[in-house]
Ligand binder design. Structure first.
Ligand code: NAD
Length: 279
């Protein structure tokens, strides 16, 4: 069976480059679709406390028959739990729901600059890594300045930065900044949430050329430019289709044409981490 390539973090651990995300998936559905994702070949699952489905993901892991060493699980610390002690407590609660002893990757979900607790929160993640409870630590939805601040305050560079990233919003500047610090870039909403992007002419023409689907071409683009990518679907045939994107190899000109679809800030779907302030 095909398996995802691994990318190596700055801490020496590795992450399967293609994973499966479960935002907006009910807890009981999560158990079913994560099981289907494992069956399709995915070995990397992306959840978060706020998704309300860590327990469902945990049940899918428990019933999978897979060894933890052969799978990679990410969860995220929610905004309301930021702060040193509250992070340590929130981590334990997530682990309880997941039914895991150690976690592969823990992320600060949003920087939340107004709340201004991300430095203390980062220190708590560093402590959890020191204790061996989590193998790798990173952040999501930070600005360059915020990243620099947590690095300067602690000397510890995040392993990965998970950000909104798809062909309409390709984040070339932030990707470059991440790379310059030795931080991997992970793309959330990699398919642009399945909207207009998948019927875009450039994408569908490239798909036709490769006898692939539009979703596969977009995933192949992410893989080609070095992103860790976590598409979501709750439809088993699409879960399989998305995993099979590993078999699609784009030409340099395809990659260039998809990269040129960028709309800059106008392409953003979600909140702007520089100003986001929600609980
Ligand atoms: P996505 O870009 O992965 O799009 C998912 C949607 O695309 C599906 O609901 C479906 O409508 C469509 N789709 C999926 N596969 C398809 C296929 N093969 N053919 C046609 N349509 C298809 O969107 P997402 O769920 O927002 O992002 C993926 C993951 O990223 C999430 O599940 C979550 O794990 C993560 N995420 C993280 C953050 C964050 O703040 N860190 C924010 C959003 C998402």
């Amino acid at each position: 069976m095909t398996s995802s390539p691994n990318l190596t973090f700055n801490d020496g651990n590795t992450i399967p480059q293609l994973g499966y995300g479960v935002w907006q998936v009910e807890d009981d559905v999560a158990e079913k679709v994560v099981s289907q994702a494992f069956k399709a070949g995915f070995r990397h699952i992306d959840t978060a406390k706020i998704y309300g489905n860590e327990a469902g993901v945990g049940r899918a892991i428990a019933s999978s028959g897979l060894d933890h060493k052969d799978i990679f699980i990410t969860t995220k610390l929610w905004n309301a739990d930021q702060g040193y002690e509250s992070t340590l407590a929130a981590f334990e609660a997530s682990m309880e729901r997941l039914g895991l002893e150690t976690l592969d990757l823990y992320l600060i979900h949003w920087m939340q600059p107004k709340q201004n607790k991300y430095v203390d929160t980062w220190k708590a993640l560093i402590e959890l890594q020191k204790q061996g409870r989590v193998k790798s630590i990173g952040v999501s939805n930070f600005t360059k300045e915020g990243l620099q601040e947590i690095i300067d305050a602690t000397g510890v560079v995040p392993a990965i930065h998970q950000i909104e990233l798809h062909p309409f919003f390709n984040q070339s500047e932030l990707r470059e900044f991440n790379a310059s610090k030795g931080i991997l870039t992970q793309a959330w909403s990699p398919l642009g949430q399945g909207g207009e992007l998948l019927s875009n002419d450039v994408v569908t023409n490239i798909a036709e050329k490769h006898n692939a689907t539009a979703a596969q071409v977009v995933i192949a683009w992410h893989l080609a430019i070095g992103n860790v990518v976590i598409p979501k679907s709750v439809t088993e045939s699409r879960i399989q289709e998305n995993f099979a994107a590993l078999n699609v190899t784009l030409d340099a000109e395809d990659i260039e044409a998809i990269t040129a679809l960028d709309k800059g800030a106008e392409g953003r779907i979600g909140a702007d981490p520089a100003v986001s302030d929600f609980q």
